[in-house]
Design a protein around this ligand. Structure first.
Ligand code: NAP
Ligand code: MG
Length: 495
C-alpha cells in the first residue's frame, strides 16, 4: 500500500474536502508509488487562507528574534534529517543523491540566515527637515503569503520563500509542485516540530490550475511568491493584478557558458558538465548553450563529447550514477521534441539524442545526455528553454560576438565566462544581461546568502536569497514623531 499524505490546515492533517487524490511516482522506476496525495481545490484553499489570516494576528506580534529562534530549530532538525530528506527527494524527482543533499543544505543555510536576520531586520532612521521631529522607516509584516514552487529544488526553493516569509511575520499557504509533494510535506512537519504555531504554515496539495490559481486569485492572500515557468508566471501575474497583490516571479532561463580561447579548458570542461547535465539539465540555471571561441571550438568539443559519452545514467540513489531521469513523461517528451526540432533546423547531434536502450533503465524517464553542434543563434534549441539534458554548442569569433549571442534570448538568469583575461572578464560582467554572472565557474552554484533572480522574462525584478528577499516579504512603514509640541508643516514652516 502506498503511503497516504494529507493537507495541513490550521494545525491539522486533513484530506481534500472533495476526497479526491493523486499519485506521485518515482521517475527512475514508475512502478514505485511515492505516495497518494489530496487533489485539493478552492474549498481547501479557502480553509487554508482563513486559518493563515487568523494566525497572522498573533504571529505578527511574536518578536522577530523569537521567530528566528524557531527557524534555527528548523535548521537543526534539517541537519539531523539531511540524509533521509535527500533520499526522499531523489526518490520523488530523480536527481542524484549528492545533489539532493546539496538541496537540503541550501535549506539549512537559508534557515540559519533567517534565524540571524531575526536580530537584524534593519530599518532606517533619517534626520527630519524640521526641529524636534524624529523620522524612521520600519519593516512590518504584510499578511498571508501564497507560496507556489516547482519540483526541481524540492527543498531549497520552498525554504527560500517560506523562511523569510515567516521571519518577517507573515503566515503561509504553500502549494508545492505535484511532482514533489512528499518532500514538501517533510518540510512542513519539520516546521511544526520546531514550534511554528497552528495556522501559521498551511500546505495544500493539488494541481497548479486548481490550487495554484485559487491561491493567486484569493482576495485575502496579500502576496505571491512563485517559481516556475515563464508561461505560468505570466498567468499568475495577470490574475494577481486583479487584487493588486505583491508578486515575485522567478521564471525560466536559457543560460550560456562562454569559453574564450584564453580560458582554462579543463576547468571549463568540468564546469559545463556540471552546469549542463547536473539535475539532468532541469535547473533554472542549467547551462543550455555553450558558446565556444572558434580557436578552441574543435578541441573543446572533442574533450566534451568524450566525457559526456561516459556519464552514467541511472537511479540517483545508486552509487556511481551521474545523471538521473527526467522528472516525468511530459518532460521527457519535451526533450525528445526539441531534439527533433534541432535536427530539422540543421543542427547535428555529437552525442546522445535518444532514449537509452539499457533494460535497467526501461522503467524510468531517462534520456541520454545530448550535445548539439552547428547550432545557429536563431535555432529554436538556441533560444527556448528545454529543461532537460540537452546542450547547444555555438561557435563565435570574439568576446563581443559571444556576449551578443549570450544576451540574445528572452531570458536573463545566469551566465558564465571562462577567460584568464581580466579585462575581458570585467567587460563581460558589464555587458551581460543576466541576474547572475560567474567568472571561471559554471552557471549553477548559487549561495543562499546572495541575491538570486534574473532579468528580462526570467522574472519581475525581485530577488530571492540573501538580504534582498526580506524586502519582498516585508512592507516599509514610514513613521514621523513630532515632539515639538506644535504644528510643524513640512516644506512650509521651514522655508
Ligand atoms: P511550472 O509548470 O510553471 O510549475 C511551477 C508551479 O506552479 C507548480 O507548483 C505548478 O503546479 C504550479 N502551477 C502550474 N500551473 C499553474 C497555474 N496556472 N497557476 C498557478 N500555479 C500553477 O514549472 P515546473 O515545470 O514545475 O518547473 C520548471 C520551470 O521552473 C522552468 O521553467 C524553470 O526554469 C523554472 N524555474 C525557475 C527558477 C528560478 O529561480 N528562476 C528556479 C527553478 C525553476 P503543478 O506541479 O501541480 O503543475
Ligand atoms: Mg514523481
Amino acid at each position: 500500500m502506498a503511503k497516504k499524505f494529507q493537507n495541513f490546515i490550521n494545525g491539522k492533517w486533513v484530506d481534500a474536502q472533495s476526497g479526491r487524490t493523486f499519485e506521485n511516482r518515482n521517475p527512475a522506476n514508475w512502478d514505485e508509488i511515492v505516495g497518494v496525495f489530496p487533489r485539493s481545490d478552492k474549498q481547501d484553499v479557502d480553509n487554508a487562507v482563513k486559518a493563515a489570516r487568523e494566525a497572522f494576528e498573533k504571529w505578527r506580534l511574536v518578536p522577530a528574534p523569537k521567530r528566528g529562534d524557531i527557524l534555527r530549530r528548523v535548521g537543526d532538525i534539517m541537519v539531523a534529517r539531511k540524509e533521509e530528506l535527500a533520499r526522499q527527494m531523489t526518490q520523488e524527482m530523480g536527481k542524484v543523491l549528492a545533489e539532493t543533499r546539496g538541496d537540503v543544505q541550501e535549506g539549512i543555510d537559508t534557515a540559519y540566515y533567517a534565524a540571524s536576520e531575526g536580530r537584524r531586520l534593519f530599518g532606517h532612521t533619517v534626520p527630519s527637515e524640521l526641529p524636534n521631529k524624529f523620522n524612521m522607516a520600519i519593516r512590518v509584516p504584510i499578511g498571508v503569503a501564497g507560496v507556489v514552487t516547482p519540483w526541481n529544488f524540492p527543498m531549497a526553493i520552498p525554504t527560500w520563500k517560506i523562511f523569510p516569509a515567516l521571519l518577517c511575520g507573515n503566515t503561509v499557504v504553500f502549494k508545492p509542485a505535484s511532482d514533489t509533494p512528499a518532500s514538501a510535506t517533510s518540510l512542513v512537519e519539520i516546521l511544526m516540530e520546531s514550534g511554528v504555531p497552528e495556522g501559521v504554515v498551511n500546505i495544500v496539495h493539488g494541481g497548479g490550475g486548481e490550487v495554484g490559481m485559487a491561491i493567486v486569485g484569493h482576495p485575502d492572500v496579500d502576496l505571491i511568491s512563485f517559481t516556475g515557468s515563464t508561461t505560468v508566471g505570466k498567468k499568475i501575474s495577470e490574475l494577481a493584478s486583479q487584487t493588486l497583490k505583491r508578486v515575485s516571479l522567478e521564471l525560466g532561463g536559457k543560460n550560456a557558458q562562454l569559453v574564450m580561447d584564453d580560458g582554462d579548458l579543463k576547468l571549463a570542461l568540468d564546469g559545463v558538465l556540471w552546469g549542463a547535465f547536473g539535475t539532468t539539465g532541469q535547473r533554472c540555471t542549467a547551462t543550455s548553450r555553450l558558446i565556444l571561441h572558434e580557436k578552441i571550438h574543435d578541441e573543446f568539443l572533442s574533450m566534451l563529447t568524450d566525457r559526456v559519452a561516459k556519464l552514467k545514467l541511472g537511479d540517483g540513489l545508486k552509487n556511481g550514477v551521474d545523471v538521473g531521469p527526467c522528472v516525468n513523461e511530459g518532460q521527457r517528451k519535451t526533450v525528445q521534441s526539441y531534439v527533433e526540432i534541432g535536427l530539422q533546423q540543421g543542427a547535428r547531434i555529437a552525442v546522445g539524442g535518444e532514449i537509452p536502450k539499457d533494460p535497467e533503465l526501461a522503467k524510468g524517464w531517462f534520456y541520454k545526455p545530448t550535445i548539439f553542434t552547428d547550432v545557429k543563434p536563431d535555432h529554436r534549441i538556441a533560444k527556448e528553454e528545454i529543461f532537460g539534458p540537452v546542450l547547444s554548442v555555438i561557435k563565435v569569433k570574439s568576446l563581443e560576438e559571444g556576449i551578443r549571442i549570450l544576451n540574445d534570448t528572452i531570458y536573463g538568469l545566469s551566465s558564465s565566462v571562462y577567460t584568464r583575461n581580466v579585462n575581458g572578464a570585467f567587460q563581460a560582467i558589464r555587458d551581460i544581461k543576466a541576474g547572475i554572472t560567474y567568472i571561471n565557474a559554471p552557471t549553477i552554484g548559487a549561495e543562499a546568502h546572495m541575491p538570486f533572480g534574473g532579468v528580462k522574462q526570467t522574472g519581475n525584478g525581485h530577488r530571492e536569497g540573501g538580504w534582498t528577499v526580506y524586502d519582498f516579504f516585508s512592507e516599509w512603514k514610514t513613521v514621523y514623531i513630532d515632539y515639538s509640541g506644535g504644528l510643524q508643516r513640512a516644506q512650509i514652516d521651514n522655508y
